[in-house]
Design a protein around this ligand. Sequence first.
Ligand code: NCD
Length: 338
Amino acid sequence: MDFIGANILSVSQFERADIERVFEVADTMGPYARREKVTRVLEGAILGNMFLEPSTRTRLSFGAAFNLLGGTVRETVGISASAMAKGESLYDTARVLSGYSDVICMRHPQEGSVAEFAAASRVPVVNGGDGANEHPTQALLDLYTISKELRGHGRTLDDFRIAMIGDLRYGRTVHSLCKLLCLFGSVQVVLVSPPELAMPEAVVEQLRAAGHRVTVTDQLETSISGVDIVYSTRIQEERFASQEEANLYRGRFRLNREIFTRYAQPNTVIMHPLPRDSRAEASELDTDLDEHPSLAIFRQTDNGLLVRMALFALLLGVEDKVDRYSREVCWHSRRNPA
Ligand code: NCD
């Protein structure tokens, strides 16, 4: 695909070569993400960050990624802080905001809303999550993480096994990740959820049509025993009709050190898109795994910066100019290595 000026709305728009290009560019962003070097390649460019649902890492990493490339970020956070609370349409909002921005990242509670917004925007729009539908940049950073973590395991993106656990019905990250996996060779996918929160049938069909082996189960212990990646997810309580209904499922699958040690292979990689629900009644990914070397959740968030920097560089056509506009930083950070 031609990245310059493109919207990023769904992973279905990518071919394998596009993903590989994003990863290749992401690999070059390390010194900037770690603040060893600074680049001004996007000096003068403005990112409009419009987040109409709660977010910490997606919003901040989009913003930080744009800043790290030398651009400026303007934000609107929460529907109540925007004129949408006064009844303004997606169309009008897009026409206005795209006059103030060179690229827009948007998160919105309704499926399809970001695409509707993008149709009226005069600048590229990146989907930061539209309801339960998709979260394409999360899937890219997840796949980038999987590819890095698999190195040294004798596995590749064309031959590995993954268990996805939790709310597979409303979890947009797993919808996008599964669709992305369809571009790769032979993946064994174990889908672990209560039957009521199963992966949408269309996504399962897509995986099977791509030649992947799919198992559907509601058993956590047995499903993590033979996989390379365990991908845990949060019950998407905001998508349920009531909190009581969501509470029926919170805490249903709990991955902790004891279960992991007993059932998984020691080098199985543990992932989660975050936020994990760490309240006692949920605790889907226990903090007693925090020091475990297999826990990749914070490597995932660090990788998110690299992948989002790569996307911005590609969308604005500067991926080959980043170094030309760079210099060493002159200050010292106390940050400890990961
Ligand atoms: C996810 C999301 O918003 O879909 N978080 C994220 O962007 N990393 C997952 C979630 O909210 O459970």
